[in-house]
Design a protein around this ligand. Structure first.
Ligand code: HEC
Length: 327
């Protein structure tokens, strides 16, 4: 109602509501006082023998109707319902929601606060925090990433150590807080690719992760790859964090079938992870980060913080030195 500048519509709507209710009452009262010719028919006949009698309404029915009329007037006086009148109790759904949220904040706020200051890596091993994180995950995240967080087509698996945007606690937190956008332009950087060239590229992309492909096509695709996609996926197709996924691993966000790859190159891909920071607040995001990190795929050491191994004594490469990405 507040969209209207003049008060006319307010009065118009409230007037119709009141007149209808009072009209019902008057009509009911007239029905009760009218001297009906009890026992006589109105002359209406259906199905040959079904006749309508002119009996007054039963009293129990009339009184119930009176009670609903009184109730509706009481309701309209107390709650919003008459035009823009807010009602005597000043109730609103937003107000009720705010009140419930405030109560919940008072109840759970201290618990979130307790966890908020703790390091994600430590929190990920705390059972109480993990349980709370899981509840939050099932409420806010499972519809896209699945209740087991393993994702599905177009929604990344969060339990493996293959990250589109990085798997350190900080990177995961940033993904959740600010959301993420991914965009593969149709036909990459060469909008004039022909259908045949796209097929060649798809064969090359499949060959990168060792999948069966036509070797002649793959060879032709290789030559096309750098000018059409190399700037984003890297010259060897190994991907660039937060820009374009690794095409050489076994993880596929949209599937490895040739038709899916051709589809992706032809029409491009747009994907979005919504931002949760403002809606959930720091406390819940912190717990969710610990939960996701604790699913097993989180990078155990920040790559920059890993101590440089002495040159001669490094037979084993550090695991998860660099996060892989998804395609
Ligand atoms: C509406 C669907 C949707 C919901 C709900 C959603 N996500 Fe996502 N999420 C995505 C998509 C899609 C991506 C991939 C984004 C991209 O490629 O740009 C993603 C990416 C991510 C990533 C980055 C993964 C990587 O490989 O780097 C994390 C972490 C993540 N989501 C966690 C969460 C958490 C925690 C929640 C619950 C608060 C959540 N998501 C809710 C759709 C969703």
């Amino acid at each position: 109602m507040s969209d209207f500048v003049s008060g006319f519509w307010n009065i118009y709507v409230a007037g119709i509501a009141l007149v209808s209710i009072i009209g019902c009452g008057v009509f009911l009262w007239l029905q009760g006082t009218a001297t009906n010719a009890t026992g006589q028919t109105t002359g209406h006949v259906w199905d040959e023998t079904l006749e309508e009698y002119s009996n007054p309404l039963p009293n129990w029915w009339r009184w119930m109707f009176y009670i609903t009329i009184v109730f509706s007037l009481f309701y309209l006086a107390m709650y919003p319902g008459l035009g823009s009148y807010q009602g005597k109790w000043n109730w609103s759904s937003a107000g009720q929601y705010g009140g419930e949220m405030k109560k919940a904040d008072e109840q759970y706020g201290p618990i979130f606060k307790k966890f908020q200051g703790q390091d994600i890596r430590v929190l990920a091993t705390n059972n109480e925090a993990r349980e709370m994180g899981q509840h939050l995950f099932l409420t806010y995240c499972a519809q896209c990433h699945g209740s087991d967080a393993k994702g599905s087509k177009a929604f990344p698996n969060l339990t493996d150590n293959d990250w589109l945007f990085g798997g350190t606690p900080e990177q995961i937190k940033e993904s959740i807080t600010k959301g993420r956008d991914a965009m593969m332009p149709a036909k990459g950087l060469k909008p004039d690719l022909t259908a045949e060239q796209i097929k060649d590229l798809a064969s090359y992309v499949r060959s990168l992760s060792g999948l069966a492909s036509d070797s002649i096509r793959a060879q032709r695709g290789k030559e096309l790859f750098v000018p059409s996609g190399g700037a984003c996926h890297g010259p060897e197709g190994k991907g660039i964090l937060a820009l374009a996924p690794n095409l050489t691993d076994k993880v596929w966000l949209y599937g490895s079938a040739e038709v899916e790859i051709i589809n992706g190159i032809t029409h491009g891909r747009v994907n979005r992870m919504p931002a949760w920071g403002e809606f959930l607040g720091e406390g819940k995001v912190h717990l969710l980060t610990a939960y996701v990190y604790g699913l097993g795929g989180g990078v155990k050491e920040a790559p920059a913080a890993a101590p440089a191994a002495p040159a001669e004594a490094a037979p084993v490469a550090p695991v998860e030195a660099a996060p892989a990405e998804k395609k």
